[in-house]
Structures are given as structure tokens and as C-alpha cells.
Design a protein. Structure first.
Length: 396
């Protein structure tokens, strides 16, 4: 396949609807990228994640000898839904207006993907690398960095380059840490029946009220917490708990037999789900409600809760992440853009999932996260054009 410009390649990537929330497949996009990178000097591996989802691995240059040398570029290929009525044109047809390339995923993060794909092809054609250059394209990042979590298992301890760029949109600021995101469902049980006979039923929504009070008190106490990493998040230097949704009841004349409370928790670097979940249990039990702690996944239906307790189900855990402020690779990236400040992100990325593979990541890419996940999402063409040479310097 002939070489495409970065912008033309971005247009092709945007044209694939890879909305993970609605389980749109990533395999057609993967077929296209694998065909585009079909080259005698590029090694390709595809890792099936089920449901036509896959992680993609590409590598050129000498194979890793286990010393961690080289560079890894990491991006995700899935996007959030584009159903907002405020879109002014088809979200999956890239269009250029002034200094903006507009389309779903143009900013988050197919713009970086397009640049990274072309850089890998360029390096393979040059054939002069002295250390490996890897490209990891993950699926299902937008629903909890699920693809990268699967890749950490699929890669099975093989060596990777230690220096890693996770190309989320940071306006080309080197971000050294981000909060995690823990997704939890709390299922409160009751006993359904006709509301004309309240003594024969148990209202699950009423039983959920003390659970909500316990969550509120826990949230308020968390506002006072500080860690060393708090400096990365000057606007919200504390872990955040959000009661994000409540579902219960089927009809006005039916006693609700179940109530589900959906909670999101953004933990600071240095905090873990394993440490937080006992605190959540204590907050609920302190309100007189028994707790059954379980782990689940996004594909499974929620189980029914017993009427004498609630189920707390850990559905997904995007780990928090931080690289040391004195890390050599952070300084290397900062030197590219003459920005030696200490920057953090309030959103999760694949970086936390890659720690177990030995990756030392800096989150660094073109585009502003403030326009991602919104109608008419856009990539600034000036940053888009500037990025390839910055990454070439890291590759060299």
C-alpha cells in the first residue's frame, strides 16, 4: 500500500467506527493497519480480546535483547460514542476547517496513532535503527483501559522497550502522572410486591439510603487527603469519589426489589484499589448494612443481592500512575519542548497497565483533552504537524 500523509492516514482511521461503549469491532481497523504496515522489516502480532476486539503489536529494528533499550509508542484505537446532536457533520468523516481537523477520535487519540504508524513505517524503510521501535495499539481503553490490561497478560513477560510514550492528548506537555479510576456497582436487595401491601415487601431503594449516606461521608473525608503526588493535581489534589448513577424500581405500583448504585473513584498515584475497598466496606457497614465484596467484569450481568446485605462489586480498575520527577526519560521528553514543569492528568491512561511490563511511561501527545469526548472533537493542525519531528528525536 502506498504511503499516506499523516492527515490522510488520520482520515482513514477516523472512518472506522470503533466506539467501545457500544462494542463496535476494532478488527476492521486492525486489518487496514496491518496491511498498511506489511513490510519485511516490521514484525506484527495480533492479540484477540474477544468480540472482534484486538490489541496490535508492531516492531521494527533489532529484536529486544532484554536490556530495555529502544522506544515504545502506545495508543488506543477505540473512541467514545458520537451521538450528541451538536455534531455539525458526520463524526466519522474527517474534515478540515481552518487549523482544525474535526472528527471523532481525531484528538483522542487517532491523531497520535496516525503519526506513530507512519513513523514506524518510515523507520522500517530507513533500516538504520540500533534499538527496537515498538508500536502498541490497544482496544477498549475508553471503558477502563481493558485492552492494555489484557495485553499485560498476553505479552507474558517478554521484553519491551522501557522508554514509553503514551500519546494521549496533553497539548504536547510531558505528563508524568495521572489518577486511576475504579468502577464499582453496589447492589442493594429488597423484596418485590404490590405497593398496596407494603408489609409484604422490602423497599430496596429505602434500604439504599444509609448506603448513600455512608458514601457521602467517605467522599467528604477524602477531600482532606494528600499524598506526594497531590502536587500534580492542583485543582483536585485529593482522591475523588462520585456517586454517578442510581437505578431501581420498575413501576409506580411495584415495590422495588433491587437498587444499584454506581460509583466511580479516582485514586491518586500511590493509592490502590486493594487499599481503598476495605475503606468502602467500613463506610457502608458503619451505617448498619452488611457487605459482600466481589470482583466482576463489564460483560457479566449484576448478581441479585441478598435482602440482609448489599453487594459491592469491583467492576473495573484503571491503576493510577506516576514516573519519578527525576526520571531520565521524563527529562528527555521535557527537553524536546523546553517544559520541565511537573504535570499531572485527571484522566486515566494505559500507562498504569504497562508498569508490570517494565515500561516507564511519559504521557505526551498532540491535542487538548478539553475537546475530547465532545461534539466536533478536533485536533490542532499546528501541533499535529509538529509532533512527528519531536518523536523522531526520541527514536534517534
Amino acid at each position: 500500500m502506498s504511503v499516506l500523509s499523516d492527515l490522510d492516514l488520520l482520515a482513514r482511521l477516523v472512518s472506522f467506527d470503533t466506539t467501545s461503549a457500544t462494542k463496535r469491532p476494532t478488527r476492521p481497523l486492525g486489518d487496514f493497519v496491518c496491511d498498511y504496515l506489511d513490510h519485511s522489516k516490521i514484525r506484527i502480532e495480533r492479540f484477540d480480546c474477544g468480540g472482534e476486539q484486538e490489541n496490535l503489536w508492531f516492531e521494527t529494528g533489532p529484536p529486544s535483547n532484554g536490556d530495555g533499550e529502544g522506544l515504545l509508542l502506545c495508543g488506543h484505537v477505540d473512541v467514545v460514542p458520537a451521538t450528541e446532536p451538536e455534531w455539525t457533520a458526520d463524526p466519522f468523516i474527517l474534515r478540515v476547517e481552518g487549523n482544525r481537523a474535526i472528527g471523532r477520535g481525531a484528538c483522542d487519540m487517532k491523531g497520535f496513532d496516525a503519526i506513530a504508524i507512519n513513523l514506524l513505517r518510515e523507520a522500517a524503510n530507513a533500516g538504520s535503527l540500533e534499538a527496537p521501535l515498538g508500536l502498541l495499539l490497544t482496544c477498549n481503553e475508553e471503558i477502563g483501559t481493558v485492552g492494555a490490561g489484557r495485553f499485560a497478560t498476553q505479552w507474558a513477560g517478554r521484553p519491551l522497550p522501557r522508554r514509553t510514550i503514551v500519546g494521549e492528548p496533553t497539548s504536547l506537555q510531558p505528563v508524568r502522572g495521572h489518577k486511576g479510576h475504579l468502577g464499582i456497582s453496589i447492589v442493594v436487595g429488597g423484596l418485590g410486591g404490590h405497593t398496596g401491601f407494603p408489609n409484604r415487601g422490602v423497599n430496596a431503594i429505602e434500604r439504599a439510603m444509609p448506603v448513600l449516606e455512608g458514601l457521602r461521608d467517605l467522599r467528604q473525608s477524602m477531600v482532606e487527603e494528600r499524598l506526594d503526588a497531590s502536587e500534580l493535581f492542583p485543582e483536585t489534589p485529593f482522591p475523588v469519589l462520585t456517586i454517578a448513577g442510581i437505578e431501581g424500581g420498575s413501576a409506580i405500583n411495584v415495590m422495588p426489589e433491587s437498587c444499584v448504585i454506581r460509583v466511580g473513584v479516582r485514586l491518586l498515584p500511590g493509592q490502590s484499589a486493594e487499599d481503598f475497598l476495605p475503606r468502602l466496606r467500613s463506610a457502608i457497614e458503619g451505617r448498619g448494612i452488611g457487605v459482600d465484596m466481589r470482583s466482576g467484569d463489564l460483560e457479566s450481568p449484576l448478581p441479585v443481592a441478598a435482602r440482609d446485605e448489599c453487594l459491592v462489586i469491583d467492576l473495573n480498575n484503571t491503576p493510577s500512575y506516576a514516573i519519578g520527577a527525576d526520571a531520565a526519560f521524563l527529562a528527555e521528553v521535557a527537553e524536546l519542548v523546553d517544559d520541565h514543569g511537573s504535570h499531572g492528568a485527571n484522566f486515566g491512561t494505559d500507562a498504569g497497565r504497562l508498569v508490570g511490563l517494565g515500561c516507564e511511561s511519559v504521557v505526551f501527545g498532540p491535542g487538548n483533552i478539553g475537546v475530547a469526548h465532545k461534539p466536533d472533537e478536533w485536533m490542532p493542525l499546528e501541533e499535529f504537524a509538529r509532533t512527528p519531528e519531536l518523536l523522531r528525536r526520541l527514536i534517534r
